[in-house]
Design a protein around this ligand. Sequence first.
Ligand code: CA
Ligand code: CA
Ligand code: CA
Length: 162
Amino acid sequence: MEEGAAAGMAVGLVQAIDADIGDNGEVSYLMGTIIQGDSHFTVNGSGSVILLLPPDRESVDIYSFTVRAFDNGPVPQVSITNVTVRITDMNDNDPQFTQLKYTANLVENAAADSEIILVSALDDDTGNNGNILYTIIPPNSPATQYVKVSSTTGKVTVKSRY
Ligand SMILES: [Ca+2]
Ligand SMILES: [Ca+2]
Ligand SMILES: [Ca+2]
């Protein structure tokens, strides 16, 4: 399931089969113990796994817990199963530069492609959601006559000799 899902949502159904008839075969469910993660989920009597709190993948990306199935017989028979919920990423984090401000010195007449500075940003999301591209803004700013930035590495270099 994706992070950002609303609390109260049913994310799955656990079902056990009991071959007995009548009360002896009527199955109910209870939340068991948490193996991994915390109490973001519960299970109702009919076996629906319910989300209690919106998950944050950057905090916890896998939840694992047991669910108990028991019949309605005078001496209930019990069975336990493991449930694992994997949280997939939503793009809910902005990239953050590792410094608020970068300062560089450059000798005059520096050759084209000389490195001026390396800027770097981090993004807590995964995959494309955390993939960072660098660009100079606004794209037509006077600086772009003289400097360029590698969109993938953040390396700022001299575009043409000053
Ligand atoms: Ca998040
Ligand atoms: Ca995320
Ligand atoms: Ca992001």
